[in-house]
Design a protein around this ligand. Structure first.
Ligand code: ZN
Ligand code: ZN
Length: 265
């Protein structure tokens, strides 16, 4: 199993020369092996995902804020009749997902109604999605703390696992943090929401994101091998991230970089 980060930015894409090294696209991660392709969240990074033919394709949403959905109609592979996508989210049921995507991607919000006559989208309740994926990977949902709700996921295949935990506010609900810690403890990689610094988060309580320093604490507590801090704030420059990499990130903790590919063997 391997994964590739196609978007590592929170809130809004950043087409800036200050963000060339870590990348300016919003959240999108691709997890795959020879037999399947799974994409978690369709931020603007989704435009760069190469959809592979002749293997099952899965898409799952943590939640439906714009930075996690805005890339959906900008990858032409979703309109290719040869491609079928199993689509779901633990946050909403099938009907609600259809309604939500239709609202975002139909007039007046978008020129076309992408849900109308799009036979490529097989939108499912989460339990049905989980069952459809079982021959390829297992997916467990993780409740997170975020305005309007968000679900993280643990993806496991061939004894390797990745925990995706965006968007989440660490420290707001002990029970939720403890369950996240439990599920992450025996995984290989955790993708962590580090939108803010400890200083910045002081007046952002209830905004639904964690800090970079929280990620360092979580890495130590969970003993996870690799913790990747993502969902970078739009104003966070390459220079800031490089400097914090040196000063506050311990061994095993990294800042997510667009186009970064990691093999779990
Ligand atoms: Zn977000
Ligand atoms: Zn959000």
């Amino acid at each position: 199993m391997e994964f590739k980060l196609h978007g590592v930015r929170g809130s809004i894409p950043v087409p800036s020369k200050e963000a060339l090294k870590y990348g300016g696209n919003t959240t999108c991660i691709e997890i795959s092996n020879a037999s399947f392709q799974l994409i978690i969240d369709l931020g603007s990074g989704f435009q760069n995902v190469k959809i592979r033919k002749n293997i099952p394709k899965f898409i799952v949403f943590s939640h439906f804020h714009h930075d996690h959905t805005q890339g959906l109609p900008f990858n032409s592979a979703v309109f290719d009749p040869d491609n079928q996508f199993h689509i779901s989210s633990a946050l909403l049921n099938r009907k609600e997902i259809i309604k939500t995507l239709k609202n975002s991607f139909s007039p007046p919000a978008f020129p076309l109604d992408i849900m109308e006559n799009n036979l490529n989208f097989n939108i499912m309740n989460f339990d049905t999605f989980k069952a459809a994926a079982i021959d390829f990977f297992t997916i467990e949902k993780i409740t997170l703390c975020h305005p309007g709700g968000s679900f993280g996921y643990k993806i496991s295949s061939n004894k390797k696992s990745i925990v995706y935990a965006l968007d989440h506010e660490f420290g707001l609900d002990k029970d939720i943090d403890n369950s996240l810690l439990k599920i992450a403890s025996n995984s290989d990689v955790v993708i962590w929401d580090g939108m803010y610094t400890m200083q910045e988060i002081k007046d952002k309580k209830g905004w639904g994101h964690s800090s970079i320093e929280d990620g360092v604490i979580f890495h130590k507590k969970s003993k996870v091998k690799k913790l990747i801090i993502s969902h970078h704030a739009p104003e966070r420059s390459d220079k800031d991230l490089d400097s914090m990499s040196k000063t506050i990130l311990p061994k095993g903790v990294f800042f997510a970089k667009e186009n970064q590919k990691i093999k779990l063997t």
